[in-house]
Design a protein around this ligand. Structure first.
Ligand code: X2X
Length: 336
């Protein structure tokens, strides 16, 4: 029902005896929530979130309708985080590293070369480390669903020259997402990082404001970054995931059973989306090469040694503090 007809109905209703006032039509949801994200509709996060929204609508008998706004339609990540806090957007998936501008500990999974593989990632993020982060998120007026969604292991791309060694990064104009940890990481590599929100990355690369960026294969593919980047260095320098966030007031406004269904279905979709991303990791290199990208293998130990020498690990050990750093090392082993 359009806003106009609803208003008309309410006005008309005022003149009618009480029993004649129509309640909302069966097809209108009691709660209509906006869910915003930064990736194109074709990304597994939107595919799986769309499925979850459908199941949630069914399982709640139509009480909650989640409308998806992909691709930063409602604004950059930085803007959308403000809208989420204000309640103008009810739900948002955001990288923990960008969320760290509000919840500092949320960038902890982005410590360079911390997680060896997914066998270390998910037990940590579904376990003690993830709980610690979610606890801090809750203190900031936001609610994080238990299961994180996968962004992936990040790889470096460049239009200017192939990056093979850490020395190749010296002075390199690299786009990083807005997050102190990202800037610190690329400064430690000796690069010249520039913070740019994702919705401006394609044009920043196209106009050579920056010469490179770093993202998982799935993002490089769905955002067509291969059109403006030539070289892809397989660095796996960081694992990154999205927290599925809700504005706390909006979340708590939902009846308990609706909340339970919503969290259950979102978490179920998150687990499926993780499998999608893992599969894409195995298949996308072929298609990115077809699009003209040249793949470069790198020596992770050399990049890691550069970070260590630059004091990256000791700096962030200090910043995160004993408890959080301890939870990270309990999951991945000693980093210092
Ligand atoms: O901004 C990025 O590079 C992206 C899409 O990977 C994140 O959401 C952090």
């Amino acid at each position: 029902m359009s806003r106009l007809s609803r208003r008309t109905l309410l006005t008309a209703g005022a003149a009618l005896p009480l029993f004649a006032i129509r309640t909302r039509p069966a097809e209108a949801a009691e709660f209509t929530y906006k869910y915003a994200n930064n990736v194109p509709l074709t990304h597994p996060m939107n595919v799986r979130a769309g499925e979850a929204a459908k199941r949630i609508k069914e399982a709640t008998g139509g009480r909650l309708e989640i409308q998806i706004f992909p691709n930063n339609q409602l604004g950059s990540d930085t803007d959308t985080l403000s809208q989420l806090r204000a309640g103008a957007v009810e739900m948002f998936t955001l990288s923990g590293l960008i969320l760290s501008t509000l919840v500092p500990v949320a960038s902890i999974n982005g410590v360079g070369f911390a997680f060896k593989d997914y066998g270390q990632v998910w037990p940590a993020m579904d376990g003690a480390l993830g709980s610690l982060v979610r606890g801090e998120i809750a203190k900031r007026g936001l609610y994080a669903m238990a299961k994180q969604w996968d962004n992936g292991y990040r790889q470096m791309t460049s239009s200017a020259k192939p990056i093979k060694t850490p020395e190749d990064l010296s002075g390199f104009k690299m786009r990083v997402p807005p997050s102190p940890l990202w800037t610190s990481l690329f400064k430690a590599f000796g690069a010249a990082p520039t913070s740019i929100n994702f919705n401006e990355v394609y044009s920043a690369l196209q106009t050579h404001i920056v010469d490179g960026q770093e993202n998982p294969l799935a993002i490089i593919d769905v955002a067509k970054l291969y059109e403006v980047q030539k070289y892809l260095s397989v660095t796996n320098h960081m694992w990154d995931g999205f927290w599925f966030l809700a504005n706390k007031r909006a979340w708590e406004a939902l009846p308990a059973d609706v909340r339970e269904i919503t969290e259950r279905e979102l978490n179920a979709s998150a687990v499926q989306q993780r499998v999608d991303i893992a599969k894409l990791n195995d298949t996308l290199s072929g298609s990115l090469k077809t699009h003209g990208m040249e793949f470069i293998q790198t020596d992770a130990a050399a990049f890691r040694a550069t970070l260590k020498k630059a004091g990256f690990y000791s700096e962030w050990q200090q910043k995160f503090g004993k408890e959080a750093w301890g939870a990270l090392e309990a999951a991945v082993g000693s980093l210092a």
